[in-house]
Design a protein around this ligand. Structure first.
Ligand SMILES: Cc1cc2nc3c(=O)[nH]c(=O)nc-3n(C[C@H](O)[C@H](O)[C@H](O)COP(=O)(O)OP(=O)(O)OC[C@H]3O[C@@H](n4cnc5c(N)ncnc54)[C@H](O)[C@@H]3O)c2cc1C
Length: 293
């Protein structure tokens, strides 16, 4: 029978030194809401868990400075929900947090764990991708920053090395005529693992009718990998917000997506929902920017 050890580092540097030598056999554990069920299902079997959950002083924060928002990796979903930062232009962060799991899960589930799980049903990944978030990864050798859009390279696969710990997620605050919105569909109203989830940041020109820029992100854009819907986003840019634009964008989206079927829903159904959500997201953002709601 294989054994499982728990390493409780004294601080972040101790954890990084430990991973530098033993990273290959270890898994970092934050709150374990993703990791432990996977271990129970024998999808992964690390021999050592490196517990970083005590480093809240260093890794649990929500900070804003010079137009940048920084989230510590141990920030919980409840922290996002309770922060005054995520009203107004950044309300999609709050929407995603509100639709996340149930209170017991939200109270412990971390931003870092969500991103590093790199799963195709996570709520925060498309939201952070639409915001063009950057990840700060630390190791005993130093730090590096990678864009989230380049971090996830396959189903539950990232570019993170076994010796690294995600310490911070940051993104620029949207400015001017911008708004953000999020939509999620699951099979019930609570504890919903997303069948489709979709996040948009939209900016309009000063005429409040022409789209200046759009960044749309979904889980499963291609197979089971969360990603930006680049073609659909590009199509929207420079177009006026009209019914015709949205119908055309939905067609672009249909050809861009390759949503797969599983026990939660068929690929065809997912594609239809994603198209409906595209309309809702564009209209919701445009309405807010225009100040009509
Ligand atoms: C009942 C239930 C409901 C759920 N509902 C939702 C939901 O609605 N939406 C949703 O998105 N998810 C949901 N989840 C999944 C899970 O709660 C989230 O993915 C959560 O954000 C994971 O955070 P965690 O702190 O528990 O991560 P952990 O389980 O501790 O870690 C997850 C993965 O990330 C790695 N990791 C964690 N932190 C770091 C770090 N700082 N640096 C490097 N690697 C790290 C771990 O090694 C592991 O591979 C649910 C889970 C359960 C059990």
């Amino acid at each position: 029978m294989s054994t499982l050890e728990l390493y409780t580092p004294t601080d972040l540097n101790d954890a990084l030194r430990f991973l530098e030598h033993d990273g290959g056999n270890s898994a970092v554990i934050a709150s374990g809401t993703d990791l432990l069920p996977r271990m129970r299902r024998r999808q992964i079997s690390p021999s050592i868990l490196v517990d970083i959950s005590a480093f809240t002083e260093d890794l649990r924060f929500i900070r804003r400075s010079d137009g940048t928002i920084r989230l510590g990796a141990l920030t919980t979903v409840t922290d996002l929900l309770e922060s005054p930062m995520f009203y107004g232009r950044l309300s999609m962060v709050r929407e995603a947090a509100r639709l996340f799991g149930a209170p017991q899960v939200r109270n412990v589930a971390t931003v870092g764990g969500n991103v590093c799980s790199a799963a195709s049903s996570e709520d925060l990944i498309p939201v952070l991708m639409a915001l063009d978030a950057k990840l700060k990864l630390a190791s005993a050798r130093g730090e590096r920053t990678v864009p989230l859009k380049d971090f996830i390279i396959g189903k539950r696969q990232t570019t993170m090395k076994p010796s690294e710990i995600l310490v911070e997620v940051s993104f620029n605050e949207p400015e001017g005529n911008s708004w953000t919105a999020y939509e999620k569909l699951g099979r019930r109203n609570m504890l919903i693992l997303a069948m489709v989830n979709e996040a948009l940041i939209l900016s309009l020109e000063d005429d409040l009718q022409t789209i200046h820029s759009a960044r749309l992100a979904l889980n499963r854009v291609s197979g089971k990998i969360p990603a930006l819907a680049v073609e659909t986003s590009d199509f929207l840019e420079g177009k006026r917000v009209t019914d015709q634009t949205i119908v055309q964008a939905q067609k672009v989206m249909e050809s861009e997506l390759s949503l797969t079927s599983d026990f939660r829903g068929s690929g065809e159904y997912r594609t239809e929902v994603a198209q409906v959500y595209l309309r809702r997201l564009v209209e919701r953002c445009a309405r807010h920017i225009g100040g009509s709601s």
